[in-house]
Write a protein that binds this ligand. Sequence first.
Ligand code: UDP
Ligand code: MG
Length: 314
Amino acid sequence: MGYFMKLNIIIPCYNEEEVLEESYRRFVKVMSGVSYDYSFIFINDGSRDRTLEILRNLAKQDEKVTVISFSRNFGHQNAVSAGLHNVDGDAAVIIDADLQDPPEEIPKMVEKWQTTGCNIVYAVRESRKGESFFKLMTARIYYRTLNALSEYAFPVDTGDFRLVDRAVVDAFARFPEKHKYLRGLFSWMGFRQEPHMYKREERYAGSTKYSLSKMVHLAAVGIFGFSKKPLKLAISLGLMCIIFAIAIIVWMVCLNIFRPEKIVPGWSSTIFIVLLMGGIQLFTIGILGEYIGNIFDETKGRPEYIIQEKINLK
Ligand code: UDP
Ligand code: MG
């Protein structure tokens, strides 16, 4: 616990014209009741609607509104990273723009951080409103699969909604990797972490900005970034195939010696083996491809995002 002065609230926005003004009102309403200083870091992640225009107007009226605007859509994880790279307070909260994570939880998370003296307060979804059965199911399966595959234990039912303090922000600045799976990185970091239970609300307006392909991408970044088990899977699958193939050959030889009349000069078994082997080879090559692709992206050393404009920020 310490004496603390300023909180940054990081809000990534992609095509959020329908919610932004209402979100800002709700955020200000909550934050006007606290005794510490604060500022908002809105990240415009290459929106094609009026998001930037709305943010400009808000920033004109309120100097606590700071804006980082990307040159194109770089994705939610990069938007949050940019926010974290621009934290000037003693702690920061990462929160969605669509009011699914209620702003009213922020002071409670700050209080938990202050009273427990921890470094991270991660918000755990006690319930989720207004989300499709498909999203709930895939999320459930995904988090548990990741935990089974990974060498680290990640808290389940946890998104990126969390409070991180200065020590965590400083540690984060030292992560050079491009494919960031933030919730994984934060639990990997260690420090003292406390859960905070909350009820996830429905999106205030508009529709999800996480398309299926973005969800699949995030899931792949999580699995291939935090587990080497898929690589090892290739070895065990390959080994199983070899044993299977040897067993079949032995069986054929035995048949040939003891029951030659039983042999059907067919090609179905051949096709079966060719298909099996081909499938397994493609599967394992695909796994290799994922990792090599990651290595390729990291070695190019390109920046994870490009900032076109900053408002109210140094
Ligand atoms: N978002 C973003 N870039 C993207 C997609 C989403 O900055 O490419 C932001 C979005 O504006 C929102 C947050 O990430 O503030 C979470 O997105 P969303 O609510 O659409 O996802 P869901 O809650 O449906 O998983
Ligand atoms: Mg949402």
